[in-house]
Ligand binder design. Structure first.
Ligand SMILES: *Cc1c(COP(=O)(O)O)cnc(C)c1O
Length: 325
């Protein structure tokens, strides 16, 4: 299904880093969410007819799940707690592409029983909807994926990513490698670190290769991220979390983020605007503090550039600058 994603060098500040192009995995199904949902392509889910999920109306996971559902012939209901008027009137990016793939995007405020959900977080609302809405009575044929793909299934595809990284390190003789990726839920970073540790041990090459996963929070801070790790893996597998002293709010537009995005896109690789700017700002800070380290950096490009179709106009409206991609 997937080929192995390529690795390319890129200038970053005064040094060369390597970029693992998971954004190029497959034309329709790429990036972080493709790794997470790989499990469903490689196991028998022929009993499923309905996919249900929730999250933001512009999420990368919305688009990737719409591709999955479309390929598998599943109906797909996706619940959101809000859709902006702007997006409703100007469908674009992940939202528009998901609708084209047949996704039903449902604002929970419009449900007949909306008042029962008042004040609930989307996750709690989902538990209520899936357990009590009669359209989901038939649990045998239902697949419910929690927000952001934060579930055990994600480990299958991330194990594949870990294997590709080890293979690349061996071929290129990168014996001291730092794998860096920005986190949302932390699912990818946690499983990736666990898989790297386990696979290096299985191959009996722990003494030769040091591959460390380092990540940063783009949502809610370091403590929140650690707590997310704790729900997925044992403490020995927690990746290292770094920060640059700034507090980032997910999806909030900032000049620093936009400037960093423009800088890294000058490499010729298009990055995305939600996670990557924070990732590169924190990485830059880290490299400035650890200037003499012999460790090489592998940055995971986790895809999501379709979301730029909505994020870039927002940035342009805010900073009234014309940018080309
Ligand atoms: C979902 C996503 C992430 C965050 O992944 P987590 O496993 O939730 O930490 C990062 N980058 C992109 C482009 C994503 O789509």
């Amino acid at each position: 299904m997937f080929s192995i994603s390529p690795v390319q060098p890129m200038n970053f500040g005064r040094q060369i880093i390597y970029v693992k192009r998971d954004d190029l995995l497959h034309p329709d199904f790429s990036g972080n969410k493709a790794r997470k949902f790989y499990h469903f392509l490689h196991h028998d889910y022929s009993h499923v007819t309905q996919l249900v999920a929730s999250g933001s109306a512009q999420a990368n996971s919305l688009y990737s799940m719409s591709v999955l559902a479309n390929q598998q012939g599943w109906t797909f209901n996706y619940y959101v707690s809000h859709i902006s008027d702007f997006l409703l009137q100007n469908p674009q990016g992940n939202y528009a592409a998901a609708i084209q793939n047949g996704a039903n995007i449902i604002d929970i405020g419009n449900l007949a029983y909306a008042e029962n959900l008042a004040g609930m977080h989307l996750n709690d609302a989902m538990n209520y909807i899936v357990s009590s809405d009669p359209i989901y009575a038939d649990k045998k044929h239902l697949l419910y994926i929690p927000e952001g793909g934060r579930c055990q299934y994600a480990e299958t595809g991330i194990a594949q990513l870990a294997a590709e990284i080890i293979q690349w390190a061996q071929e290129q003789q990168k014996n001291k490698l730092m794998v860096f990726l920005p986190s949302g839920t932390g699912t990818t970073a946690a499983y990736l670190n666990k898989q790297l540790i386990q696979q290096l041990a299985q191959l009996s090459i722990v003494d030769v290769f040091t591959i460390e996963v380092i990540t940063c929070s783009t949502v809610g801070g370091d403590e929140y991220l650690r707590q997310q790790f704790s729900e997925l893996v044992d403490e020995i597998y927690y990746p290292k979390i770094i920060n640059d002293g700034h507090k980032y709010h997910f999806g909030k537009l900032s000049r620093r983020c936009f400037d960093m995005w423009e800088t890294v896109c000058q490499s010729g690789i298009e990055f995305e605007l939600l996670y990557d700017p924070v990732g590169f700002l924190v990485l830059q800070h880290y490299l400035n503090e650890n200037a003499n380290s012999a460790t090489e950096i592998l940055y995971i490009h986790q895809g999501g550039v379709l979301g730029n179709k909505t994020m870039l106009p927002r940035y342009q409206r805010k900073f009234s600058r014309i940018v080309q991609t």
